[in-house]
Design a protein around this ligand. Structure first.
Ligand code: UDP
Ligand code: MG
Length: 320
């Protein structure tokens, strides 16, 4: 059981969100006040905004909000746009330093249902270290985004990264989760995979997605593809393994081909001279080369894992 009155930090990544950031902060302050009244969170809970290098007036609005609400609304601004994952990580690392018992990340457009925040806190009080928001549906997504997202989650599951379908970055992380995140210093960390992989007690809360009220999605085809590729390569070396498997299959195929070619040459006498040798050698060495690339891939996978320097293990409990 976590402590009753917990200090909550709400993290909001913002990229060119001048149209929504003020109303979002005000709505979230109201939500926070209501939860404070129930005694579930402490009065020094706060909102932490990360301006991901916005080119519009987002930061000026954040500064004004800080003037109005003081320590309840604070934040930081990146020197340039680094992307939503880095903004989220910066938020999580910052609130850990500033101090909090749990942190909840939510999008600046408030597409995620802010009323689920109280349910997150309830799960946290019941003992969950991670509370993941699961979207009820993808009605607000475009046809393209909906289908590419589903394909991505299926592919991740196939590659051994068991992230639930319709996962989102709307989640609560306990202090313990924040401490573990600190040990993962790799540059391209994919948060959805990370929080799922570390093995902390996780609860799920389903929420409804609203359409974006103002402004437009800050993700385009390229940033989504880059996020997906990052997610796959940061958590799975299965694609590298597949190279070795392709090599073995090609080599085995070349043996079958050899049998067929020899049959044509010696039984049917229909093969022109030199052709059989050429075809067999070509197929065999083709397969051998891919297989060798696969072996190199295995070592590359090892190097990749070592370079990330992730903690070898994380202890849940210890008796002194
Ligand atoms: N965002 C960010 N940096 C970026 C892109 C997006 O911080 O480079 C923020 C954005 O301001 C929002 C959240 O990430 O708070 C999700 O973005 P958006 O709502 O545009 O994504 P969608 O809902 O379309 O998936
Ligand atoms: Mg959105």
């Amino acid at each position: 059981m976590n402590e009753e009155k917990s200090k909550l930090a709400i993290i909001i990544p913002c990229y060119n969100e001048e149209l929504v950031v003020k109303s979002t902060v005000e709505t979230l302050l109201k939500v926070m006040d209501n939860i404070i009244k129930t005694g579930k969170i402490s009065e020094d809970s706060y909102i932490y905004l990360v301006d991901d290098g916005s080119k519009d007036t987002t930061w000026n609005i954040i500064e004004e909000l800080n003037k109005t609400y003081g320590r309840r609304v604070i934040g930081t601004k990146f020197i340039r746009n680094y992307g939503n994952q880095k903004a989220l990580i910066a938020g999580l690392q910052s609130v850990r330093k500033i101090g909090c018992d749990c942190a909840i990340s939510i999008d600046a457009d408030l597409q995620q249902d802010e009323n689920a925040i109280e349910l997150f806190i309830d799960e946290f009080h019941k003992g969950a270290d991670i509370v993941s928001g699961i979207r009820n549906d993808r009605k607000t997504d475009s046809f393209f985004k909906k289908h590419t997202a589903i394909c991505f989650y299926r592919l991740m599951n196939l590659l051994g990264v068991k992230i639930p379908l319709n996962h989102s970055d709307f989640r609560l992380v306990s202090r313990k989760g924040l401490d573990i995140l600190e040990q993962y210093q790799e540059e391209g960390l994919f948060l959805r995979g990370f929080f799922h992989e570390i093995g902390l007690k996780t609860a799920y809360v389903h929420f409804n997605v609203k359409p974006r009220a103002l402004g437009s999605s800050k993700f385009n085809f390229f940033s989504l593809t880059s996020l997906a590729l990052n997610g796959i390569t940061a958590f799975s070396i299965v694609p590298l393994r597949m190279v070795a498997a392709c090599g073995v299959i090609t080599m085995l195929g070349s043996f079958l081909l050899a049998l067929e070619v020899l049959f044509e040459k010696y039984i049917l006498h229909s093969a022109p001279s030199g052709w059989a040798t050429l075809v067999i050698l070509l197929a065999f060495f083709g397969g051998l080369q891919i297989f060798c690339l696969g072996i190199i891939g295995e070592y590359l996978g090892q190097i990749f894992n070592e370079v990330k320097a992730r903690p070898r293990y994380i202890k849940a409990k210890e008796l002194d």
